[in-house]
Design a binder for this molecule. Structure first.
Ligand code: FAD
Ligand code: SF4
Length: 520
């Protein structure tokens, strides 16, 4: 009896639950490159190259391990262009009696899978994705018991569950759960930033890059100098390299931004993690081990592990709890179209142009660039959250909806009515000046509050507070901000608002068609 095991592009894990406990000769693994997935948004060229190359490598590895792999290439003339079409064809081609698949990462794909049994006339067994530390139902149970979704409490549960950085008597290592207060140092002169490990394209990647250049040449971003890990073995080398060279300073400079430094002490492991080349537990354990041997300080190990077993697991739980409604959430009623410069990179704001350069060249920007520069600007300017979400989904190599959407809609745009974060992540130029070296080389003056030469973030920030005073004025975490605002003379407040309006007037809206094909 042949079982069809579709393995999706972000399920590239040898120990995947659907491959476990199956005798390879009883099954056909189906891997599909389909047009619907490569173009439902116009992904960054590097992102498409990464996923297709990693898939093709994985298929080779499965074959070497004794599996029969039916691999549908994008340019296969009979390719129907959709998962459903390809699964139906494969069931017929191989005479399969059942389908077995690990639950997908995204709502869109789940909806498609829900229709497979009817379409193909065979049972479909959807198996929980146990690469995540917290199951979807487990998160829902936690959320129901809590009411408010506080990440910090969730994170503590995950520490207890995994035993990571826990003492034998069940206490957090070092006596504290969270050492974030040690992790906010600005950059200083003389720091050495390690280069992440780069991998030269092999013939499989080179072939994929040629395909991407030909078929998706009009998509955003740079394809040349592709160097991401595309196999589990490469990803493990990248992890080891990160632990050795960058993890010791990861915590301290986690929020820093430096001109020309694209990674600082960040890991750049998110693409490999999100494809399944690495599992969250192995990454977190590597950091815990480096702490146990005294190689890295606790603030580095704890800060890094919190991102993985805390934030990453939390946003995944949140996604499945809040979908599909959260995709259309617009709690701040923002209506401005995305400014054109997000695509062209042409802006005189130095902090923004640096983050956009990194995005275009590497399909990467680190967390603070995403949150406090690119996301912050969009929220202050009142950009429609769905435009922002589309942009983030297109431009980053690690962008899969389950992780991108909560970060954009919930964390960065505060569009979910405060479900994910009790206060918006909003800031003026002073924050960026403190955490970066960008302002010194910017055409705008960060200390100037209003007028054409003033840092736009300053007036936009005040304007944002004023626009949303009804909503946030009584938020106890924003008392200081509103206290300052309300102590200002009316003419000063007016000057801020006029300055913000004048700047917003200069923004060109993005032409349609950058993120999604234009509908005719
Ligand atoms: C607006 C916005 C959009 C984002 N979109 C994505 C996205 O599409 N895909 C994505 O993987 N991450 C996203 N993030 C989270 C985070 O910015 C990236 O995971 C991180 O920058 C990836 O780079 P890194 O591997 O060098 O991370 P590091 O700084 O080295 O962190 C280590 C790991 O922790 C995990 N992590 C850290 N923060 C988060 C978070 N907030 N949510 C989930 N995982 C986290 C990632 O797996 C990351 O690889 C987004 C954040 C914001 C604010
Ligand atoms: S002055 Fe303002 S716009 Fe320029 S880099 Fe600093 S924060 Fe960014």
């Amino acid at each position: 009896m042949t079982i069809l095991i579709p393995v999706l592009g972000d399920q590239l894990t040898h120990d995947l639950a659907s491959l476990r406990d199956v005798i390879p000769t009883d099954a056909v693994v189906l891997m599909m490159e389909v047009e619907q997935e490569t173009t439902y948004v116009r992904h960054h060229k590097r992102k498409i190259a990464l996923i297709l190359s990693a898939m093709r490598h994985f298929a080779e590895e499965l074959r070497a391990g004794g599996w029969t792999v039916d691999y549908i290439r994008l340019d296969d003339p009979d390719n129907t262009g959709s998962f459903t079409g390809e699964v139906a064809r494969a069931v017929e081609r191989h005479g399969c009696r059942s389908i077995r698949i690990v639950e997908p990462g995204e709502w869109r794909v789940k909806t498609a899978i829900d229709g497979w049994s009817k379409r193909c006339g065979v049972p479909v067994d959807v198996i929980a994705d146990d690469r995540f530390i917290c199951g979807i139902l487990e998160f829902q149970t936690w959320a129901q018991a809590r009411g408010a979704l506080v990440m910090e409490y969730f994170y503590r549960e995950m520490r207890r569950k995994t035993g990571l950085l826990m003492t034998p008597d069940g206490k957090p290592e070092g006596g504290k759960w969270n050492l974030d207060h040690e992790n906010r140092a600005p950059p200083r002169r003389g720091l050495n930033y390690p280069e992440p490990m780069h991998f030269a394209p092999d013939p499989i990647t080179a072939e994929v890059m040629a395909l991407v250049a030909e078929r998706f040449g009009g998509h955003f971003g740079r394809l040349e100098h592709f160097s991401l890990p595309v196999t589990a073995a490469q990803a493990r080398l990248a992890l080891e390299h990160f632990v050795k060279t960058a993890l010791p300073d990861f915590g301290t400079y986690q929020d820093a931004m430096v001109t020309g430094q694209d990674w600082l002490y960040h890991s750049w492991l998110s693409p490999a993690l999100n494809l399944g080349l690495l599992t969250p537990l192995e990454v977190a354990r590597a950091a815990a081990q480096a702490y146990a041997t005294g190689y890295v300080p606790l603030n580095a190990a704890e800060g890094f592990i919190r991102q993985i077993i805390g934030w990453r697991e939390y946003v995944r739980g949140y996604y499945w709890l809040e979908m599909p409604g959260v995709a259309g959430a617009n709690g701040l009623e923002a209506t401005r179209p995305l400014p054109e410069f997000y695509w062209t990179g042409e802006t005189e704001m130095r902090c923004v142009s640096e983050a956009l350069r990194n995005t275009r060249d590497n399909a990467y920007a680190h967390h603070i660039q995403r949150l406090m520069v690119l996301g912050n600007f969009a929220m202050l300017a009142g950009v429609r959250p769905q435009d922002v979400a589309d942009w983030f989904l297109v431009v980053f190599a690690d962008a899969f909806e389950w992780v991108e959407l909560p970060n954009v809609i919930g964390m960065s745009q505060h569009a979910d009515g405060g479900r994910l974060a009790t206060k918006p992540y909003a800031g003026g130029g002073a924050y960026i000046d403190r955490m970066s070296d960008h302002c010194g080389s910017c055409r705008y003056r960060v200390k100037q509050k209003t007028g054409p030469d003033a840092c736009p973030f300053n007036a936009l920030y005040r304007d944002f507070l004023a626009r949303h005073e009804q909503r946030f004025g009584s938020n106890h975490r924003m008392t200081n901000m509103y206290g300052t605002w309300n102590r200002m003379k009316p003419e000063v407040r007016d000057a801020y608002r006029a300055s913000a309006a004048a700047f917003l007037d200069t923004l060109e809206p993005a032409a349609p068609g950058w993120a999604r094909e234009e509908q005719t």
